[in-house]
Design a protein around this ligand. Structure first.
Ligand SMILES: CC(C)(COP(=O)(O)OP(=O)(O)OC[C@H]1O[C@@H](n2cnc3c(N)ncnc32)[C@H](O)[C@@H]1OP(=O)(O)O)[C@@H](O)C(=O)NCCC(=O)NCCS
Ligand SMILES: CC(=O)OP(=O)(O)O
Length: 331
């Protein structure tokens, strides 16, 4: 069974309730119909009955719960809670009310915060910043984690590298220019995410344009320092750097560029030095190698809220909902 089919089976085994707030986008309904048909998750659609009927026309959405912020009896409690959470940042009751009635992404995150849903997936028609900011502000990091970051789960066809073509690429969605401490934290979170979702041992490469000192530059120094911190804070991990991409995943190149490394040639978790590299890298592999690309999936957040690319298909939304459900199963 392939990666996403296994994830769907795991999601079905302990069904979670996932919010889809982008009811203005037809792909939300195409995905919802498939999720409900396959029994992957219970769904809440945030929007008016009229919008759901219009944009979702012709699709079987039986079983989806539609919540309209304008009429839901839970909205006043969400407003109270949002004011409580954000008043130190200057949010007034009027602002909280306006936000929750007009921005369904904030509403969906409040549903997750209040325990009325287990997770949320959005981003088909909103930017990553607009999708993730509400969750960063309201849900915050999970205990023991300082940083939220985001990865793509990549499934590359006909590929012998990584875990039979399955990789995590991080950070490909959120942290724009992580310093060495943040890069080390991204590496540790990504290893944990890989083991949760792929159920195989993570082998983590800290990527660079240099392998083991072959180039000299401040950018290389950053990755070397991140590798040192990650090894010190997580000695249990199979992790090495700095490595070029070929040295990280191709055994013969790894053996020649980084002899003796337990990671070189075997990496399945690829930690990119910054968001330019991570975001461009995942899109290259998705578009040119025709890889499945699920994400950006967040890690380090108190409850799962995951993003999508605006270029996503309905099938991608189904996959990210299944991944979100599996993340929500973790107590
Ligand atoms: C997500 C993003 C908007 C957060 O940016 P920001 O400018 O820090 O936003 P804010 O300052 O409003 O921060 C919102 C809150 O989230 C917190 N936060 C931001 N980044 C965080 C992180 N990585 N981990 C944990 N908390 C974080 C902030 O501390 C802040 O909390 P507070 O309001 O309670 O003080 C920003 O990192 C971003 O734009 N990233 C790039 C996204 C993108 O375009 N990706 C490419 C396509 S996938
Ligand atoms: C992940 C990502 O790049 O998102 P978008 O394509 O929406 O910018």
């Amino acid at each position: 069974m392939g990666f996403i089919d296994t994830i769907k089976e795991r999601a079905k085994a302990d069904k979670k309730t996932i919010v889809l707030p982008e009811t203005e986008d037809r792909r939300t309904y195409e995905a919802a119909a498939q999720i409900l048909k396959e029994g992957i998750a219970d769904l809440i659609l945030v929007g008016s009955e009229k919008a759901v009927a219009e944009v979702g026309q012709g699709l079987d959405l039986t079983g989806a719960v539609i919540v309209d912020p304008a009429t839901s009896d839970k909205t006043p409690a969400y407003i109270d809670k949002l004011v409580e959470l954000r008043q130190a940042k200057g949010m007034t009751r009027e602002e909280a009310e306006k936000l929750l009635l007009n921005n369904y992404l904030y509403y969906g995150v409040m549903m997750v915060k209040m325990g009325d849903a287990d997770g949320m997936v959005s981003g088909a028609c909103h930017s990553t910043a607009d999708t993730l900011r509400p969750s960063l502000q309201i849900l915050k990091t999970k205990p023991g984690t300082k940083l939220v970051s985001a990865f793509f789960l990549m499934v590359v066809p006909n590929c012998e590298y990584g875990a039979d073509g399955t990789f995590i690429f991080a950070d490909s969605g959120l942290e724009q220019n992580p310093d060495p401490e943040k890069l080390a934290a991204i590496a540790a979170s990504s290893a944990e995410s890989f083991e949760l979702l792929v159920q195989k041992e993570a082998v983590v490469a800290m990527l660079s344009h240099s392998s083991k000192g072959s180039a000299k530059h401040a950018d290389v120094d950053k990755v070397v320092e991140a590798t040192r911190i990650a090894k010190e804070t997580h000695p249990e991990l199979k992790l090495d750097g700095e490595l070029q991409l070929d040295a990280a995943i191709v055994p013969s190149v790894g053996a020649s560029k980084a002899p003796g490394s337990e990671v070189a040639g075997k990496a399945n978790v690829l930690v990119f030095p910054d968001l330019d590299a991570g975001n461009i890298g995942y899109k290259l592999v998705q578009r040119l190698a025709k890889a499945e690309a699920y994400g950006p999936v967040t890690q380090g957040i108190a409850k799962p809220v995951n993003d999508l690319s605006r270029g996503c298909s309905a099938e991608d939304i189904v996959g990210v909902v299944a991944i979100t459900s599996v993340q929500a199963q973790v107590k």
